[in-house]
Design a protein around this ligand. Structure first.
Ligand code: PLP
Length: 378
């Protein structure tokens, strides 16, 4: 069977074979509970602590500053709810952006119902938030600024470092959702200056359902899961040892191969962008021209519907749409809306994302298939 070319690495990645190999012993002989102090539990505990070191090394922090979660959504929830619970007596205002993932936006909306005030900052046409807008939004009661590191749809990388510097001078905590950037570009929490940072395993060739949260030493968060004392009392529940071992390995590989993977994905993405631009006039590339994830290409085809393009190309490529079209209604993604992408372009937007397994041959096929579909529908 010939499989469609996979161009949806921002949705999820395949498991790296090295990651799978690192997980297998924990489905077999090493099945103990990490909290058990006997022969079976000790190697499980060692695996969890080794993974913590691997994740910390990738993020540039101490292992004690990493806790394991069930993924990006839980990390975001834990960070935001945790700060609100711990600092509510200091203030009740959060600053975020209009282009965050729903794992942040929906938490903020939920908290608004609970009396928290939230400022959703706009972005410019390249999908970038302005540091001076952040500064203007700060109030005496601001307790948290949560700004994603890189956007999942268009790949724009946000000025988190500058935002964190500003926040530090005002004694405000900074969280960054780095689910899309970890493993794709350098992410060093000390350089970024953030207090909390979320990552999701399935975006960096580890399995789904595992993630991590960096919590800067000295910062105390409200408990997220109540129960026994795992994860230094922050997140109760027997550890998902096999997934944690997989995430640890994925972090080790991401650190080891970062330069190589950045070069490769950028080469593949640029080839795709150049090929489509050559074949089809008037396309629009969304996102910042330079400050953008090297693997991400959000491309708009004027006056077409993204779903129709994907239907035509569906047997040959697997990608996402930036707009959902049903009957006579079109729902543009909140990110493209915030970026003011003209409607005629926004509704024909494909979210293409390549990965370390993407080949030149696949890119050649994708260019041919997408251009044929677009020409056919135009
Ligand atoms: C930027 C961003 N944050 C959070 C998430 C949620 O992560 P998870 O699927 O691991 O819950 C995603 C996943 O698409 C994402 O792209």
């Amino acid at each position: 069977m010939i499989k469609p070319v996979y161009l949806d690495y921002n949705a999820t990645t395949p498991n790296d074979p090295e990651v799978l190999a690192a997980m297998l012993p924990f489905f077999e002989e090493i099945f103990g509970n990490p909290s058990s102090s006997h022969w079976y539990g000790i190697p499980a505990k060692r695996a969890v602590e080794n993974a913590r070191k691997q994740a910390a090394s990738l993020l540039g922090c101490d292992p004690q500053e990493v806790i394991f979660t069930s993924g990006g959504t839980e990390s975001d929830n834990h960070a935001i709810h945790g700060i609100v619970r711990a600092y509510r007596d200091r203030g009740s205002h959060i600053i975020t952006t209009e282009i965050e993932h729903y794992a942040v936006l929906e938490v903020c909306r939920f908290l608004e119902k609970d009396g928290i005030s939230v400022t959703y900052l706009p972005v410019d046409e390249s999908g970038c938030v302005s540091v001076s807008d952040v500064e203007k939004a700060i109030r005496p009661e601001t307790i948290l600024i949560t700004v994603m590191h890189a956007n999942n749809e268009v790949g724009t990388v946000q000025p988190v470092e500058d935002i964190a510097r500003l926040a530090k001078s005002r004694d405000i905590i900074v969280h960054s959702d780095a689910a899309q950037s970890v493993g794709k570009i350098p992410v060093n929490v000390r350089q970024m200056g953030c207090d909390l940072l979320s990552l999701a395993g399935h975006k960096l060739y580890a399995p789904k359902g595992i993630g991590a949260l960096f919590i800067r030493k000295g910062l105390s968060l409200g408990k997220f899961m109540h129960g026994a004392g795992q994860e230094r009392g922050c997140r109760a529940g027997t550890e998902n040892v096999q997934q944690i071992a997989g995430l640890g390995k994925a972090c080790e590989i991401a650190e080891r191969d970062l330069e190589k993977n950045m070069r490769h994905t950028q080469e593949m993405r640029d080839m795709l962008e150049a090929g489509l631009s050559k074949e089809i006039p008037n396309i629009r590339i969304n996102g910042h021209p330079e400050k953008r994830l090297p693997n991400t290409l959000s491309v708009s085809f004027p006056r077409l519907e993204a779903n129709r393009i994907l239907e035509k190309a569906g047997l040959d490529i697997a990608a996402s749409a930036g707009a959902a079209c049903h009957a006579d209604t079109v729902r543009i993604s909140h990110v493209l809306k915030a970026m003011n992408v003209p409607f005629d372009y926004a509704k024909g937007t494909l979210r293409l994302s390549v990965g370390k397994m993407t080949t030149r041959k696949e890119i050649g096929t994708a260019i041919r298939v997408i251009s044929d579909a677009v020409k056919n529908l135009s």
